[in-house]
Design a protein around this ligand. Structure first.
Ligand code: DX5
Ligand code: ZN
Length: 221
């Protein structure tokens, strides 16, 4: 099992002062920045692209930037994010015609690569790609919006993917995204997640350090 990572999703940050918001959550103990890219095509919402990623790097952000691509097609935008300073890039297999090729592309550009599975997407694709990726991201909401409720079937899926990762013997992170809160994170960690995305739970809290410490304590048990 990997070390615990808390990755605030900036989807719920105040975009009018994004640099300050990212500085604040990192100073408050966040480990990564989770960067949600939506194209109003693969998902019904439109957010931010490589320019904003690059702007955060120029602003001085040195923490890992975890780029979650909810776009179709995937391959065209990958080099732009690699250039813009992405540390890891995850994508939905439904959005790429050649999943293995996309993984190779991401890694050839020096980024870590991960596969994202929607709530109703089977885990079978992992049988053929787990040996080549650095992270599996399980969606516990349907992608597109922050602030939705955690879908309980994600817990069983976490347990399944945790056994697959353990059986592989590889250091693959298991990330969960959607509806993660202080009051369910312990159960989510027990099901096998080590990397936790939280948007509304962190950015809607009055005290970023307080909520991040509470989440980390809950994971540690
Ligand atoms: C949803 C995004 C998530 C989202 C999580 O499509 O991938 O990262 O921002 O938001 P919360 O934590 O509010 O469910
Ligand atoms: Zn996300």
């Amino acid at each position: 099992m990997q070390s615990t990572v808390i990755a605030p999703s900036i989807l719920s940050a105040n975009f009018a002062k994004l640099g300050e918001e990212v500085d604040a959550v990192l100073a408050a103990g966040a480990d990564w920045v989770h960067f949600d890219v939506m194209d109003n095509h693969y998902v019904p919402n439109l957010t931010i692209g490589p320019l904003v990623c690059e702007a955060l790097r120029k602003h001085g952000v040195t923490a890992p930037i975890d780029v979650h691509l909810m776009v179709e097609p995937v391959d065209r935008i990958v080099p732009d994010f690699a250039k813009a300073g992405a540390s890891m890039i995850t994508f939905h297999p439904e959005a790429s015609r050649h999943v293995h090729r996309t993984v190779q592309l991401i890694r050839s550009l020096g980024c870590q690569a991960g596969i994202v599975l929607n709530p109703a997407t089977p885990v079978d694709v992992l049988d053929y790609v787990l040996a080549d990726i650095d992270m599996v991201l399980l969606m516990s909401v349907n992608p597109g919006f922050g602030g939705q409720a955690f879908i309980p079937s994600a817990l069983d899926k976490l347990r399944r993917v945790r056994s697959m990762i353990d059986a592989s013997g590889r250091a693959v992170r298991l990330e969960i995204d959607g509806g993660v809160k202080a009051d369910n994170i312990a159960e989510i960690a027990a099901a096998g997640a080590d990397t936790f995305v939280a948007g509304s739970a962190i950015f809607n809290a009055p005290d970023y350090a307080g909520i991040i410490a509470t989440m980390k304590a809950a994971v540690a048990g």
